[in-house]
Design a protein around this ligand. Structure first.
Ligand code: PEP
Ligand code: MG
Length: 751
């Protein structure tokens, strides 16, 4: 049967009769989506209802998407194409909605499969009521007539929904419904920080005062001093094993990360005092919790920030001791099967908890790039949440978190679990044997190089298995951030040499220290800045502390022996700054030469282009540098004046903003005309939608997280250079963001 939208407008009476037959608003909406989907022969029809109080749209009925999403999927006004249709009060019709940068598929409800998209706002005058959406697998499925038909339906629906809502409000006033205000919602939408899926029960870690350590339910009551001593011994052994494993597997960042635990454990005032209290008759678990809380109080009221930071270590230790005390199947004492819910975590906390098998993380606050990056490297999902959401999650419960979309399912249903098991299986399959080709080429044979962004040494394995052609960006700050002091030149040399050795002759680009902004060194916290992103960050820090800078440069130069290595300076704002930094590198070479220490004499020296001032000076810089890499993460932040960690302005953080596109093209063409190597190492390099533009702008070298190499290789293979150049030209000519979005959504990847 063909589409019957014309008849449908005549058949609107059908909706009224549906309403009469329905027992509730939801019942009516569900019948309505079935009828509309049937008339339009659309695979999906959904209705979202808008709540003006929290400015959220909630999916209330669907035909075609997973029914588990009903009542759970929520969108902010303006979020995704659906939210946009309501915000701007206009229909949105996309032949290939999936390719529109504003499209945000909701994981777990199979939305990604549907190409054609049509959303029509449901409104009463100027009042926003909801959105009616149809989707289909066949691209360009909906036409102008469908749009008209859907608008007519939406107008009818508006009246019914509004009346039904009024009735409901009336009923509520007449007979107050006994609602449990403490009842947790079934799903929370947070902000995605690190992808993947994790499942487990909550373990809450709240820092500082008021975040006391709680006695969990269900512990045996009859534990003795003997049980405590056994738990103590077991804990010590586990910590030593963990420390050994961390030293081996995460040697760049994790040396001695459990030393504080071991020291506290050996402290007579701690374990000795617990034993004494048990001997004096206190129940073992209670004695332990009381003493952990006494220590938490002492640590968190200390003026010494380093001691304050140990509060998590204490709780972690308490948790392990309790688990061991309880024995049974919890005897591993770690966080297997547990999701950490916390108000604040340091990168080192994440590393410790991940080493102890925490399944995933839910943390209050904005997405600080380093915590997110560490979680991604450790393959642990992470979602950021607001303080009110943290309160809900503080009650013990089973959770499933989706780090790609930011969803947290509380007491997930069988259906949700089943959907996600499937997703997880597909991801694991891809990672164990990624079918990446050795060389990446466009549809018409142009060679493109795909390099890896490396944060921790443990990422190198993934870089090799995804056949990255080298390291395009080594973020060297992690050993500095996670340890509690600057690593020595020798320690750095060991780490950097491992990278060069592992990459066996492939090109490796080391970036000098990029701290400041949201990448904070805990042992440098005497520096309080009002605007850290505009402050002592990256190369500015290095140039102020030339001794630390020189140590790092010497370590890079020495590690480069026998390799193909390059050194790159972050956040360069002027030619003067580059020359000053390069002079330090040249002095280091002279010094090593004079001391007869071997180093890589062919080390190339380049810059990251991530500031508008560098774009303006790009001709002048191109004369001096050996190479340049565009850091779009920061370039977007600084060009558009949008804090990359501030959720409130995240909608303005647009990689396809016309100014960003023109800046990228300008840098690429200047570099290419000076025959200087140019690449992109910001997140734009892993966005398939932006690939045609980048290729057309003259970028043929990309550096991205190794796990994304396969996906990007596939995106590149679908594009011909002819089409890429044509598309890029159109995008560069566009003045408005919406014009660029239009062009992106009309991409046709077929060669
Ligand atoms: C960038 O700014 O694009 C970049 C790659 O650097 P980072 O994300 O580490 O600031
Ligand atoms: Mg940057």
């Amino acid at each position: 049967m063909g589409k019957a939208n014309v008849n449908m407008i005549c058949d609107i009476a059908e909706l009224s009769s549906l309403f009469e037959k329905s027992s509730s608003l939801d019942d009516f909406l569900q019948s309505a989506v079935s009828v509309v989907a049937w008339h339009m022969q659309a695979a999906v029809c959904s209705i979202y209802i808008y709540d003006d109080k929290d400015r959220m749209l909630t999916l209330r009925a669907t035909q075609g998407l997973s029914p588990i999403a009903v009542g759970k999927v929520q969108l902010r006004l303006g979020q995704g194409l659906t939210g946009l249709a309501l915000k701007e009060m206009r229909p949105i019709r996309e032949g290939r909605g999936v390719q529109n940068p504003r499209f945000q598929p909701v994981r777990g409800i199979n939305e990604e499969r549907y190409e054609a998209f049509l959303a029509v706002p449901i409104r009463r005058g100027l009042t926003r009521v909801g959105v009616l959406v149809v989707q289909d697998t066949q691209p360009d499925y909906f036409d102008e007539k469908d749009e008209q038909a859907l608008k007519a339906i939406a107008a009818q629906l508006a009246t019914v929904i509004e009346n039904a809502n009024l009735l409901l409000t009336l009923h509520r006033q007449e007979e107050p419904v006994k609602t449990d205000t403490r009842a947790a919602p079934k799903m929370i939408k947070g902000r995605p920080a690190s992808g993947g899926v994790a499942q487990g029960r909550t373990t809450v870690l709240i820092s500082g005062h008021g975040g006391s350590f709680q006695l969990p339910d269900g512990l045996p009551k009859n534990l003795t001093v003997h049980d405590f001593d056994r738990a103590l011994e077991q804990t010590e052994q586990q910590l030593k094993d963990l420390q050994r494993r961390a030293d081996e597997e995460l040697s760049d960042v994790a040396q001695l990360i459990f030393s504080a635990h071991l020291l506290i454990l050996a402290d007579e005032e701690f374990s000795g005092e617990i034993r004494r209290r048990i001997e004096a008759g206190a129940p073992a678990a209670e004695a332990l919790v009381t003493l952990v809380n006494t220590f938490i109080e002492i640590f968190s009221s200390s003026p010494n920030q380093r001691l304050q930071e140990k509060v998590h270590d204490l709780k972690d230790l308490g948790h392990r001791l309790l688990e061991n005390l309880a024995g049974g199947d919890r005897e591993r004492g770690d966080y297997s099967g547990q999701i950490i819910v916390a108000d604040m975590l340091l990168p080192s906390d994440i590393l410790k908890l991940a080493t102890e098998n925490a399944e995933g993380f839910i943390v209050q606050g904005g997405v600080t790039s380093h915590n997110a990056i560490i979680c991604r490297s450790l393959q642990k999902p992470m979602v950021m949440i607001d303080p009110q959401q943290l309160e809900i999650l503080c009650n013990p419960c089973e959770l499933l978190i989706d780090g790609d979309q930011g969803y947290i399912f509380i007491q997930p249903s069988e259906e949700v679990l089943k959907d996600y098991v499937e997703l997880r299986r597909a991801a694991v399959e891809l990672e164990t044997a990624p079918p990446v080709k050795e060389e990446t080429r466009t549809a018409d044979g142009m060679r493109v190089q795909l390099f890896a962004n490396i944060n921790l040494l443990s990422d190198l394995k993934m870089a090799l298995s995804f056949r990255a052609e080298g390291v395009g960006l080594y973020r060297s700050e992690f050993p500095f951030i996670i340890r509690n002091a600057f690593p020595s030149e020798e320690e750095q040399y060991q780490v950097y040499s491992r990278i060069v050795e592992t990459m066996g002759g492939r090109e490796v680009t080391f970036r000098t220290l990029d701290i400041g902004g949201d990448k904070v060194l805990s042992y440098q916290n005497e520096i309080e800045e009002a605007n850290p992103f505009l402050g002592l960050r990256a190369i500015r820090f290095s140039l102020l502390h030339k001794d630390i800078f020189a140590e790092q440069l010497r370590a890079f130069l020495r590690a480069g022996v026998g390799g193909n290595t390059r050194i790159m300076f972050p956040l360069i704002s002027s030619l003067d700054e580059f020359i000053e930094a390069r002079d330090v590198a040249r002095d280091c070479m002279k010094e090593l030469e004079a001391r007869g220490v071997p180093y890589n004499r062919d080390t190339k020296i380049g810059i990251m282009v991530e500031l508008p001032s560098a774009v303006e000076l790009i001709e002048d810089l191109a004369h001096e540098v050996d190479f340049m890499s565009i850091g779009t993460n920061d370039l977007i932040q600084y060009m558009l004046a949008v804090d990359r960690t501030n959720e409130m302005v995240s909608k303005l953080y647009l990689s396809h903003h016309p100014a960003i596109l023109r800046a990228i093209e300008r840098v690429a063409s200047v570099a290419n005309s000076h025959r200087k190597d140019v690449s992109i190492c910001g997140d734009i390099a892993m966005d398939p939608k932006m690939i045609p533009f980048l290729l057309g702008a003259g970028i043929t070298k990309l550096s991205l997280p190794p796990r994304r190499v396969y996906e990007i290789q596939q995106a590149i293979e679908k594009v011909s250079m002819e089409k890429a150049v044509y598309t890029t030209r159109r995008m560069l000519a566009a003045s408005r963001i919406s014009d660029v979005e239009q062009i992106i959504s009309s991409y046709n990847f077929a060669p």
